[in-house]
Write a protein that binds this ligand. Structure first.
Ligand SMILES: [Zn+2]
Length: 262
């Protein structure tokens, strides 16, 4: 199984700015145990406590080897996301959340967990469970309401505004510096793949002329880029080429088109 950590190096700054303006609410111990989450997985819906659910979410969203405080931050973000789905309704008719990270949040069942963590599964789950318990009931609010606790694995150095990503403004989701260790990821594909993946572009001419003008958002992500005469949004290209973020550069070598994400 391929390990996918979609987890956050949480736009910590986003989280903190929300804390500053809205606040973390503390509730009575074992709040999480009193909340029932309806989880849809593989076509079935089952109910489990928020405490159990969050443990298996965070175990997948962030490596259990991460620092305790990072795990706690992830717990607060995941709890906030979940509580919005529970209290305000999510994307599913008969469930609060699903286990698809592209839709809701990752969820790691025991079998998958043992496949990933092996003999360390119990110890890792216990470590994450401690972070869930230590943050019991804590959520992020803004003006008294649960925030849109969007999180992601890598920022490329800066978060992005909601307006640039989703097209709608969310007052507390602003581009802020989010430094992280350089981890350049590269997607390099032969020219034939570009022709397959971008059928609406005119890619008959020399590849050196394929990549045209590019605009960037305030946060530094690609807003638009012209390829083969067609204008794409940065988020479109990110999705098409499975890039880690829309903060990419693009170049053409002798044989390949190459995207680099810092
Ligand atoms: Zn979902």
């Amino acid at each position: 199984m391929q390990m996918i950590w979609t987890g956050l190096l949480l736009a910590m700054t986003v989280l903190y700015s929300a804390v500053m303006s809205g606040g973390v609410s503390f509730t009575a111990p074992c709040y999480d145990d009193s909340v029932t989450v309806r989880l849809e997985e593989r076509g079935e819906v089952r109910e489990l406590s928020l405490q159990e659910y969050l443990t298996d979410v965070v175990l997948q969203e962030m490596p259990a080897s991460f620092e305790e405080e990072a795990l706690k931050a992830q717990c607060v973000a995941a709890r906030t996301f979940t509580m919005r789905c529970v209290t305000e309704g999510g994307k599913h008719e008969n469930a609060d959340v699903c286990g698809d990270p592209a839709c809701c949040q990752c969820y790691l069942d025991e079998e998958e967990g043992r496949g990933i963590y092996g003999a360390d599964y119990e110890a890792c789950r216990e470590k994450v469970r401690s972070a869930v318990l230590a943050t019991d009931g804590q959520v992020l609010t803004y003006d008294g309401a649960l925030i849109e606790a969007a999180y992601f694995s890598s920022t490329g150095g800066s978060t992005e505004s909601a307006l640039a990503v989703w097209g709608g403004d969310v007052s507390y989701l602003r581009p802020v510096s989010s430094p992280e260790e350089p981890r350049i990821s590269e997607v390099s594909l032969p020219f034939s793949a570009f022709r397959d993946m971008l059928p609406l572009s005119d890619l008959d001419g020399s590849p050196s002329a394929w990549f045209g003008s590019m605009t960037r958002t305030e946060g530094g992500a690609v807003e638009t880029m012209v390829i083969g005469g067609k204008t794409y949004s940065g988020t479109e290209l990110r999705r098409i080429f499975s890039l880690k973020s829309a903060r990419f550069t693009a170049a053409v070598t002798d044989e390949n088109g190459v995207f680099e994400v810092p």
